[in-house]
Design a protein around this ligand. Structure first.
Ligand SMILES: Cc1cc2nc3c(=O)[nH]c(=O)nc-3n(C[C@H](O)[C@H](O)[C@H](O)COP(=O)(O)OP(=O)(O)OC[C@H]3O[C@@H](n4cnc5c(N)ncnc54)[C@H](O)[C@@H]3O)c2cc1C
Length: 480
C-alpha cells in the first residue's frame, strides 16, 4: 500500500460516482465506520457509493491502479466488523446501498434478479406481492442488504427448511479485484460447466470481489402456518422433539428455536412488551413453526397430533398452539426480544457456534459448567437455531461485577467455550462469519493446510491484497 495517495485520487473517484456518490466529511463518514453495537470505530479514506455496476468497476480499477484497499459494505449490520476498515488498511468503503434496483422477477422460473444494495425486507415484500416467498429471514432484515447476506452466507430462522443464503442463490454478478465484470447472472438449476465460481464468492466476506447483483431462488408463498410455543421437560428433550417434528411434519417444518427462561425474564424486567404464553415457569422453551404452500392442508391436523404425542412422551410439559396471526406474532416477539434485552444487564460476551444437532445439550451443559468455574456468577444465555445446531451462546456478566473488567476477559472466555465446540466437532462461527474479530481465533483452530488453501484462493483472485485486507484469513503480503 503506498504511503501517499496521488493528489487526484479523490477527484478521480468523484468523476466516476459524482458528488452524490462520495462522502469525505468526517461527521458524515462516522455511521459507516461505526460497528453496529458500538464496539469498534474504524477509519476510512472516504465512502464511495456507486449507482451502477460500471461505476463499481471503474472505482475498483482506480483503486487497483493506485493499490488502495477496498472494503465492500452493505447495511453494516455484520457483527464481526467485516464491513469496516481500520487505520492500517488505508481503505475506502465501497458502500452498495445506491444499487437497489430489482431488475426482474420471473414467476415461471421462480427467480428474482436484484442488485446488491436491495434491503432484504424489500426483496421479501416484492416476492410476497408476486405470491412468492424469498425465505431468508433474520433480525436485521430491515437494514441488511442482499449483497451483505450473500457475502456472509447469512442464516436466520428458516434455515432448517430452506438452507443458508448459499442454497438460495442461482447466479451472481461480480466485479473482480482488477475491475473486470463477471456476468454470472444465470438462473439455472442445473449447470455442470466447470468450477461453480459463485460458491467461492458466497461467504467470502468481500475478500474476493464485489458482488453487484444476484439471481435469487423463490418458493411458493405459504398459505397456511402453524406456530407453537412449548415448554420442555428438559433441555435434552429438545432432541427427540425435533426428531419427531422432522418425521411427522417433514419438510413443512421451517423453524425450531430454543429460548431460555432467562430470556423471558430479562425481557419482562426491561419493559419489553412480551407476554409469557405459559403460566408456570420452565427452564427451556421451543418456538416452532411449519408452513404449507396450500390452504386447507394437512398441517393443522398434523400439528395437533404432534403436540399430543409430545405431551404423551413427556418431552413437553406445557404448550400453546397459536390460534391466529396475532398470537403467532406474539410468540415471535419473545424470540426477537431474547436478542435485544441483554444489553441493560451489562456486559455480554458472545459466541455464535454450531455443533452437530445431537450434541447441543452436551455443549450447553459442558460450556455452562466451564464458564461458571472460570467466572463465578456469570449468567449463560444460550438461545437460537437449535434445529440447525446453531446456538448463540451469550454470557451476561455477574450481577455487580464491573462491566469493563468482565469484558476484558472476552478472549479468555471465548477460548474455553470454543475448545468445547471444537471437541464436539463444531464451528466457532455458524452464521456471522469471521470478519476482523475472529481472524486469530479461526486461524488457531483451523489446520494450517486449510488456512494455506484459503490463502492460495485469495491470492489467485487478489494478488495485490486490496479486497478487504485483514478480514477472514491472516493476510499474506503481496510480492513487491
Ligand atoms: C439484530 C441482528 C440480527 C442478526 N441476525 C442474524 C441471523 O439470524 N443470521 C445471520 O446470518 N446474521 C445475522 N445478523 C448479522 C448480519 O445481519 C448478517 O451478517 C448480514 O448478512 C450482513 O448484511 P449487511 O448488508 O449488513 O452486510 P455488512 O455488515 O455491510 O457486511 C458484511 C460483510 O459482507 C461484505 N459485503 C457486504 N456487501 C458486499 C458486497 N456487495 N460484495 C462483497 N462483499 C460485501 C462486507 O465487506 C463484510 O465483510 C444479525 C445482525 C443483527 C444486527
Amino acid at each position: 500500500m503506498p504511503n501517499n495517495l496521488p493528489n487526484d485520487f479523490i477527484s478521480n473517484l468523484e468523476q466516476i460516482v459524482t458528488d452524490k456518490g462520495l462522502i469525505v466529511e468526517k461527521n458524515e463518514i462516522r455511521p459507516y465506520i461505526t460497528e453496529r453495537r458500538g464496539r469498534f470505530v474504524g477509519e476510512t479514506l472516504c465512502v464511495v457509493k456507486p449507482a451502477t455496476t460500471k461505476e463499481v468497476s471503474a472505482v475498483v480499477k482506480l483503486c487497483s491502479d493506485n493499490k488502495v484497499a477496498i472494503v465492500p459494505q452493505g447495511g453494516n449490520t455484520g457483527l464481526v466488523s467485516g464491513g469496516i476498515p481500520f487505520a492500517e488498511d488505508r481503505a475506502i468503503i465501497l458502500n452498495l446501498s445506491r444499487m437497489n434496483t430489482i431488475r426482474d422477477l420471473d414467476p415461471i422460473n421462480n427467480t428474482m434478479t436484484v442488485e446488491a444494495g436491495c434491503i432484504l425486507q424489500t426483496i421479501q415484500d416484492h416476492a410476497s406481492k408476486n405470491d412468492r416467498l424469498f425465505p431468508l429471514s433474520l433480525g436485521a432484515e430491515g437494514t441488511c442488504e442482499i449483497g451483505g447476506n450473500i457475502a456472509t452466507n447469512a442464516g436466520g430462522i428458516n434455515v432448517i427448511r430452506y438452507g443458508n443464503t448459499r442454497a438460495l442463490i442461482l447466479g451472481l454478478e461480480v466485479v473482480t479485484p482488477t475491475g473486470e465484470i463477471w456476468d454470472g447472472l444465470r438462473s439455472l438449476r442445473k449447470d455442470n460447466t466447470g468450477y461453480d465460481l459463485k460458491q467461492l464468492f458466497i461467504g467470502s466476506e468481500g475478500t474476493l470481489g464485489v458482488i453487484t447483483a444476484a439471481v435469487l431462488k423463490l418458493f411458493p408463498s405459504p398459505k397456511e402456518q402453524q406456530t407453537a410455543f412449548l415448554a420442555l421437560n428438559s433441555l435434552e428433550d429438545a432432541l427427540p422433539l425435533l426428531n419427531m417434528a422432522q418425521s411427522m411434519i417433514g419438510d413443512a417444518l421451517t423453524s425450531f428455536e430454543l429460548i431460555p427462561r432467562i430470556g423471558i425474564e430479562f425481557s419482562q424486567k426491561h419493559g419489553h412488551r412480551v407476554i409469557d404464553p405459559i403460566e408456570a415457569k420452565h427452564d427451556w422453551y421451543i418456538l416452532m413453526e411449519a408452513s404449507a404452500g396450500t390452504a386447507n392442508s394437512f398441517l393443522p391436523d398434523l400439528f395437533t397430533k404432534y403436540m399430543e404425542k409430545a405431551f404423551e412422551e413427556q418431552w413437553v410439559l406445557d404448550g400453546v398452539l397459536a390460534q391466529n396471526k396475532a398470537q403467532s406474532d406474539s410468540f415471535w416477539l419473545i424470540r426477537e426480544n431474547v436478542t435485544l434485552c441483554q444489553k441493560p444487564e451489562g456486559g455480554s460476551i458472545k459466541h455464535d457456534i454450531a455443533v452437530p444437532v445431537s450434541s447441543i445439550p452436551t455443549f450447553i451443559r459442558k460450556a455452562n459448567a466451564a464458564v461458571k468455574k472460570l467466572i463465578p456468577g456469570i449468567r449463560p444465555y444460550p438461545f437460537g437455531h437449535v434445529g440447525d445446531g446453531n446456538i448463540h451462546y451469550n454470557l451476561s456478566q455477574p450481577v455487580g461485577m464491573d462491566k469493563q473488567a468482565y469484558l476484558n476477559r472476552w478472549e479468555e472466555v471465548n477460548r474455553v467455550v470454543h475448545d468445547i465446540v471444537i471437541d464436539l466437532n463444531g464451528s466457532i462461527s455458524a452464521e456471522h462469519g469471521i470478519g476482523r474479530v475472529k481472524v486469530k481465533e479461526n486461524a488457531h483452530y483451523k489446520s494450517s493446510i486449510e488456512i494455506k488453501l484459503m490463502q492460495q484462493v485469495k491470492h489467485s483472485f487478489d494478488p495485490l491484497n486490496i479486497m478487504n485486507p485483514g478480514k477472514l484469513i491472516p493476510s499474506i503480503q503481496p510480492k513487491k
